[in-house]
Design a protein around this ligand. Structure first.
Ligand code: ADP
Ligand code: MG
Length: 699
């Protein structure tokens, strides 16, 4: 057996209780798990501070001094143990709130100690709660530690005695126990081409660094390895896919497509749109199953590409479906596509959660008989009751990556998986495209329709509201329409609704009837009321739309030329960009006005400045990723968060690209890792369980 698969309970200093704790708190079961439990940062332990020169914040520091005395001091509840450490510049209080007896037993009055811990400042006086304490003598005899890894931990672990020190000791024991049992996972060529250190050295260094430089090399090697195997899995999955699944072959360019292209296209397609449609057509015509990601900035014109894709399927005797993340968006797609298809005889249906049973039944029957050509809807499409006659292509318009289970459900809507086109609502950063969506082929619409005037974006503080309102009046006078959007954050929903309603009332005062008509749309309204209000705005019966972010995605009203975003500091960048994308769709100059309070965090400032500075969604996506990190960026549920152990999608972008290109190269030369030199890769890959487990990384 691989010694690294040994259960952690057998490690010196662990035992059954601790093993259980390690497993429940950190998911560590085996030697290998512990080895792959990496420090999340390092502190410099070659540096000692003088007590009168401690850094004025709560960082970890190391101090040496003499333990002169200690006492138990009563406090509100129980007592605290305070020990006094003195050097030639001052005295530092060391504090324990628990374990007094045990701690005090170890004290040697008058002895020199090295203490290590996080500073706590109160009334300009520093203390150090629960420090690590070691006799200077022991410290000097022990291993010389330059950099000390700090591991992710929990309160429970600390309370139950698994301190940083204990974790460090466990790892040292482990490294001593297993020696060089780490198998190399990369080929000699990769190691030498990329100048990587061995896995064995890297694992030792990452836990017990001997120098800054050696640590950097270790991190580099381990991060590369992590990215490399994820990429191998994603790319293998893609390869396997192409080999295994025969896609329906759509080789006819039929009359519907041609007629539509000749007679009904509402505008000439941009070069980018044409190119992408060609890519899609090629995919669907060659006998493989299409799995393609379609990216394009807000307003780049993804809908028409979706429609052309649908027509190809229909011309080849298949049905199509289009799934949207929200009810409003599904409705919009339905209306837009119905209108575009008005001159054809195609049957289009809409299925959402709010479609009544009475209407649902005939719809489902028409779908099953094949009478219906195209079904548009929300998640409701995934329900078992939704049975297609012959689904040929599924298009997913998504905000976040849909869950695997959901995609699998779509696949099962036909005997063979349909072609799948995934459209993202806003651009996603390159690194995410390469990782979270790395198993898909990718198309990018990198050109906006001609004649678009870039939206002018400004940032205004709340006390300028009257001027902003005056500007709105002028725009409305010109015949334009205006959105005013309020935040709606789940945790503060109650307050947010109040803000929305207060705002609505004040707007109604400033824009009185009969000169002005106002629509309001928010999530607590019944769907039919929402639809009615939307409709009034679409038809131009109202000039102002007051709404929460329900209108965020996809809504398309070319005459609306002003987007006012209230409390803009509370929105995320991609949300702001999405919202701004609701205007600038017609021929008029459009505006986006970001309203905010006077007090702004640094991050909020960066967001607002970025919005004012650029309209480029790809650029904004990169800034967003830097600000928030990949986890938050993709949302929480159904997202596609890469659970990376050591690499970082923001900081290690270059390395990810490198890993992907080497993985591609390898799969081209030796797709099954059969060459003797690639044996380490073959074994490591097999140990991961192959590409099927890639979704373990992507929750
Ligand atoms: P998104 O990519 O954000 O989904 P849409 O498909 O909703 O964008 O298109 C945005 C707007 O641009 C729509 O009003 C659409 O009719 C228009 N549009 C799309 N493609 C073109 C084009 N090639 N020329 C002119 N207008 C276009
Ligand atoms: Mg869209």
């Amino acid at each position: 057996m691989d010694p690294l698969q040994t259960h952690i309970t057998y490690l010196k200093g662990v035992g059954p209780n601790r093993a259980q704790l390690l497993q429940s708190a950190l998911g560590i079961k085996t030697y290998q798990d512990l080895l792959h439990f990496f420090p999340h940062r390092y502190v410099d332990r070659s540096q000692f501070y003088k007590i009168n020169a401690l850094p004025n914040n709560s960082v970890e520091v190391q101090v040496t001094g003499t333990l002169i005395d200690w006492e138990l001091i009563p406090q509100k509840r129980g007592k605290r143990l305070v020990a006094y450490l003195e050097d030639d510049t001052g005295t530092l209080e060391l504090v324990w709130f628990r374990g007094h007896k045990w701690v005090a037993q170890q004290f040697k009055r008058g002895a020199a100690y090295v203490v290590f811990g996080r500073l706590n400042w109160f009334n300009r006086k520093a203390s150090m709660p629960h420090p690590e304490l070691e006799l200077l003598e022991t410290f000097q005899q022990g291993p010389k530690i330059v950099l000390k890894g700090i591991y992710p931990s929990t309160e429970e672990l600390v309370n139950k005695g698994v301190s940083q020190k204990v974790i460090g000791k466990m790892l040292r024991n482990l490294l001593d126990t297993v020696g060089d049992a780490f198998k190399e996972t990369l080929s000699p060529q990769l190691l030498s081409n990329l100048g990587l250190i061995s896995r064995s050295d890297a694992l030792r260094e990452v836990h017990l660094p001997t120098s800054q430089n050696a640590l950097a090399k270790a991190l580099h090697r381990l991060k590369f390895e992590e990215f490399f195997f994820i990429q191998l899995q994603l790319l293998k999955k893609k390869l396997h896919h192409k080999q295994k699944f025969k896609g329906f072959v759509f080789d006819t360019v039929g009359t519907t497509f041609n007629n539509f292209y000749k007679n009904s296209l509402p505008f000439p397609l941009t070069g980018a749109q044409k190119r992408v449609i060609k890519e899609i057509r090629r995919d669907m015509g060659t006998g493989m199953q299409m799995n393609r990601l379609l990216q394009g900035d807000v307003g780049a014109g993804k809908t028409i590409v979706a429609l052309m894709t649908i027509l190809i399927a229909i011309d080849n005797g298949f049905q199509a479906c289009l799934m949207a993340p929200t009810e409003i968006l599904a409705q919009q797609h339905y209306q837009a596509l119905k209108e575009l298809l008005a001159s054809t005889s195609l049957e289009v249906g809409l299925l959402t959660g709010s479609v009544k049973k009475r209407e649902r039944q005939p719809l489902l029957e028409a779908l099953q008989s094949g009478e219906l050509h195209l079904l548009i809807g929300t998640h409701a499409l995934l329900e078992d009751a939704v049975v297609f006659h012959n689904l040929g292509v599924a298009i997913i318009d998504e905000q976040h990556r849909f869950g695997v289970a959901q995609r699998a459900k779509l696949w099962k809507k036909n005997t063979r998986p349909p072609h799948v086109l995934v459209m993202t609502a806003t651009p996603i950063p390159r690194t995410l495209a390469m990782s979270v969506y790395g198993d898909l082929d990718s198309s990018v619409i990198d050109e906006l329709p001609p004649g678009r005037k870039p939206v002018k974006t400004v940032h205004r503080f709340d006390n300028n509201r009257l001027k902003v309102f005056q500007f709105l009046r002028e725009e409305i006078k010109k015949g334009r329409q205006v959105y005013i959007v309020y935040p709606l954050i789940q945790e503060s929903a109650k307050m947010d609704y109040k803000d929305l309603m207060d705002g609505y009332e004040s707007i109604a005062r400033d824009f009185p009837q009969p000169n002005y008509q106002i629509s309001i749309v928010h999530g607590q309204m019944r769907p039919e009321d929402k639809a009615l209000e939307m409709e009034r705005f679409v038809q131009g019966k109202t000039q102002i739309m007051v709404a929460t972010t329900v209108i965020e995605v996809g809504v398309n009203i070319p005459n609306a030329s002003v987007m006012v975003i209230e409390s803009a500091e509370r929105f995320g960048l991609s949300q702001l960009h999405q919202l701004r994308g609701r205007v600038g769709r017609g021929n008029d100059q459009s505006y986006c006005i970001l309203m905010s309070g006077a007090k702004l965090s640094e991050e909020a400032k960066t967001r607002l400045h970025t919005m004012v500075r650029t309209n480029d969604g790809f650029e904004i996506a990169e800034v967003d990723l830097k600000l928030r990190g990949p986890g938050d960026l993709m949302g929480t549920q159904q997202s596609g968060v890469l659970q990376l152990k050591i690499a970082d999608l923001v900081k290690d972008q270059k390395l990810l690209q490198l890993a992907r290109s080497w993985a591609q190269q390898l799969l081209k030369e030796d797709p099954d890792f059969q060459q003797p030199d690639n044996a380490p890769i073959r074994n490591a890959y097999a140990a991961l369980g192959g590409y099927k487990n890639i979704w373990n990384y992507i929750s």
